[in-house]
Design a protein around this ligand. Structure first.
Ligand SMILES: [Zn+2]
Length: 284
């Protein structure tokens, strides 16, 4: 089984996670830039983070045989902090780089005017750069958040086929389906959406334009939820081809719209370094 996790925050995960993901079949992933928990106080903090997503993290993933790509953006939460909004002016320089396969995560957190501005501006950046967009739907007040998000997308120059609406559930999947956007689902332990509810949604809404991710980060999460969903699909009677479509070919088709996917898996355990550093902490 080959798996592409289209949304996972590896910066927050350990090398044990990389090894376990490889063993489970994960061969490629996309890491969206996001809120780190600790609020950033200057644009420079974003640029160092973006550079890590373009340099150090792909290097680390390659040691475990996994191809790493990223999406870059000013996240919805920090779009409300005027100390951080100059990032919007600097993003065009970053969006030119190889391995940036979408603009994201963008969208709404609390649905403020500052978030309206950042969402519209970054959808335009995606359209201008020929990139798809990864749009986060808010965890609170989800239905209203999706309605408002879809209105902003409809006003933008970005076609729905280049947008994935992420963190959907039973209450928002129909509106997302009707919009023509791709439908993203984050599978979490305990809350929000689990693999069995996901299988029920796939039965009802089909496997086209669906992306399933673990969204694993610094909170309670499980980087193997993609594999667990694949196993739940097989147990429920979906075929191996259905699984390959949802867990591999769909994310390849969506992010492939960037023209920048490189899926040739790097060789695990390579001895090269990143800017003179390795994951061996100075050892050799
Ligand atoms: Zn995320």
């Amino acid at each position: 089984m080959r798996i592409f996790d289209p949304h996972i925050h590896m910066t927050s995960r350990t090398t044990d996670d990389y090894a376990a993901m490889y063993d489970a079949g994960v061969r490629a992933l996309v890491e969206p830039s996001f809120w780190l928990g600790q609020p950033r106080t200057s644009p420079a903090s974003f640029y160092d983070y973006f550079d890590a997503l373009l340099g150090w993290e792909p290097y680390r993933a390659a040691q475990y045989g996994i191809a790493h790509h990223c999406t870059l953006a000013l996240n919805p939460k920090e779009a409300n902090d005027p100390r951080c909004t100059p990032v919007l002016d600097e993003l065009p320089r970053y969006l030119l780089k190889d391995h940036v396969v979408a603009v994201g995560e963008i969208g709404y957190d609390s649905m403020t005017p500052a978030e309206d501005h950042a969402l519209a501006a970054q959808l335009q950046l995606a359209a201008d750069h020929g990139l798809p967009a990864l749009v986060h739907t808010p965890h609170r007040d989800k239905a209203a958040g999706v309605t408002r998000t879809l209105a902003v997308i409809a006003e933008s120059d970005l076609p729905p086929a280049q947008v994935v609406l992420d963190h959907l559930n039973e209450t928002t999947v129909k509106a997302a389906t009707d919009s023509g956007c791709w439908r993203g689902f984050s599978i979490y332990p305990d809350t929000k959406m689990d693999e069995h509810r996901m299988v029920a949604i796939l039965r009802e809404y089909g496997t086209d334009q669906v992306l399933i991710n673990s969204a694993a980060d610094w909170g309670k999460s499980d980087p193997l939820k993609t594999r667990k969903t694949a196993d739940a699909m097989l147990a429920a009677g979906f075929t191996e081809d259905d699984v390959d479509k949802v867990l591999w070919r769909n994310p390849v088709a969506f992010y492939g719209q960037s023209g920048r996917l490189e899926l040739e898996p790097p060789k695990p355990g390579g001895s090269a370094t990143h800017e003179g550093n390795s994951i061996l902490r100075g050892g050799s």
